[in-house]
Design a protein around this ligand. Sequence first.
Ligand code: HEM
Length: 492
Amino acid sequence: MFAASILNIFPLQDSTGVLVFIVTFLLIYWSTRRHPGIPPGPGRWPIIGNLGSLAGPDKLKVFRDLRLKYGDVFALYFGSELTVILNGYEAIKDAFLKQGRQFSFRPENDFVRRSVISNLIFGNGPECKAKRVCIMNAFRDLCFTRNGVVLEQIVHDELDFLIEIITKNAKAFCPRKTMSMSFASVIFNILHGKRPERGEKRFQWYMDTLDQGFEVFLRSQVRHYCFPWLDKLPGDLLRLQYAKDVSVSVSEFFEEIFKEREAASLPGSRDCLLDFFLSEDSPVARDEIWKCHHDLMGAGSETSATTMNWMILLLALYPDVQAKLYAEITRKIGKELPAISDRSKIPYVEAVILETLRIGSIVPLGVPHFVKEDVSFRGFYIPNGTTIIANVTSVHHDPSVFPDPFAFRPERFLDESGRVLQASEQVIPFSMGQRSCIGESIARIELFLYVTRIVQNVEFRLPAGCKRPTLNGVFGITYRPEDYNVDIAKRN
Ligand code: HEM
């Protein structure tokens, strides 16, 4: 029947026509066929796969709707790359904790090999594990074992500067860039033992490069998945040459700083992360250190800054929460500089931070994971080489877990007396398992010191007569609020 219809279309003597038809048919079949046994998902289109299903201004809603239709575990093709999306706390936990051995790799596809500089966030294997352990030990030593004095000091120095700048603003201002710079300075200081000079051009250039790098990375990834052959055409259509040029400049930027530090520090000193990396037993080769520093700067500054941007917006939108926060801080520590040891004294601050991390869902789809073997998961087949994405917002914005999920209500994390913090295990902004965030403790302390000190000193208000900002976010590697302005009133 099938053969007969082909013969009707192409007479026998026209063997070229038959060949073209068969090749076209096979190409369409292979490029639209879903692997058998994989989790459900929408039909696949040639070339773009399921990218069409992700169209729409509100990406988080798109993922919410796909979950409603296909369940907690569904599969999409980003171009030709098979990607499994995990939704809900139990599915993410099953993968990253219960089957953590299989689900804890980072993608090793062609795009990552060609364009990613990272040897930590996108690293795999025992060397990457050794770096994780070394950094976590160094963070513990630098920031916590000396009662957190180093971290506390670094953050307070930075906050002296920040509060001075923001209180100088007579006009309504948008905190985004100021916050990015401030948190980047803290991480830079932990890494290199000094804060960048105020207004230093090299550092400003580096921050701009990081900012653009995030966007270019996302765009060229999508293009590479759909049209890998663009790489063979003249012109840097996939921006891979751009990525290489940036990495050379970034390595030179860090190299200069490393040399300064090597010349200045005493042998055996352990005052910043760089000292740990330069020590004899370091798991990171000398010419690879800059890559780790680049990863830590990228991962550690934009995330915390975005959390603070959400927090300022939410406090301005909910003046009653802000007033309660100020009252609690004043009652418990007055005008004293907050210390890490004060965290347990002011549970309301911790509840405000948790609620901000929940609503903001700063890294909405986490960092991609990957499987390097065929995996059986919840009755589905996940083939070797599949990318795995944990949709963290599916947990944080699930009304069955957090009723009225878009209302800013820190009280949901306090007991009935309002005095005891009841953190929910279902708030997972730092993910979980073997690849969870290694900066979590630093981030939590930074946020505590930032919010407490800033609220002690200033009040945020929506500028009179302006359109009320929404909770709409800008979707990217991080999820940040749309730019907004706030008035800042200095407290007496
Ligand atoms: C509010 C602030 C932060 C948030 C919401 C956040 C969130 C995350 C998330 C979701 C991941 C991916 C986990 C996974 O793949 O399962 C991650 C990884 C990572 N984060 Fe953070 N992070 C924050 C702050 C920081 C800070 C301050 C640092 C460094 C000082 C840092 C360094 C890293 C690194 C190096 C990784 C990669 C870990 C690996 O691949 O093994 N993060 N973070």
